[in-house]
Design a protein around this ligand. Sequence first.
Ligand code: COA
Length: 172
Amino acid sequence: MVLPEDPKYALKKVDEIREMVDNDLGFQQAPLMCYSRTKTLLFISNDKKVVGCLIAEHIQWGYRVIEEKLPVIRSEEEKVRFERQKAWCCSTLPEPAICGISRIWVFSMMRRKKIASRMIECLRSNFIYGSYLSKEEIAFSDPTPDGKLFATQYCGTGQFLVYNFINGQNST
Ligand code: COA
């Protein structure tokens, strides 16, 4: 975990990784709300490579994704294809939240090995000293299709919290 008060070399590395993650996500990411309060988790492989990154920030509000009714879908593959194609909507009703996941990224060759899940578990126990965040206290910034599939699975519901979405109210 890298914190804003850590040595400059660590912050520089985090900046480089964030830039690479933003390029990989392929669109302009929302700027961090309060840089001095962000926490960055890096997942380092046995051969000392950064294969996962999670950037979290303090937020006050999240907005619940509104689940669309799925058409009759036969296979898991079809469900994933459908999820990838459709836009998502969320409620305009703010709900209290504590931790915003601004970026979550895993190296493409290492996906589906529970690295993102492990980074969130680690975040939940380390974001606020002495407390373990519930899934209800976490929101995802404008999720990508991959992010939505992951969050749905991790949170156990398609109605997880989001913030920073385009054309919506901001959470600050
Ligand atoms: N398609 C379908 N289900 C997915 C999925 C995908 N692309 N990614 C995750 N899931 C679901 C699965 O149910 C998975 O469990 P399973 O593999 O046993 O079926 C579960 O979520 C846990 O996934 P996990 O292995 O912990 O996630 P990951 O390490 O592969 O990382 C992302 C998930 C989203 C971080 C990764 O796909 C990624 O970096 N994508 C590019 C960046 C991005 O879009 N980030 C999201 C920003 S909001």
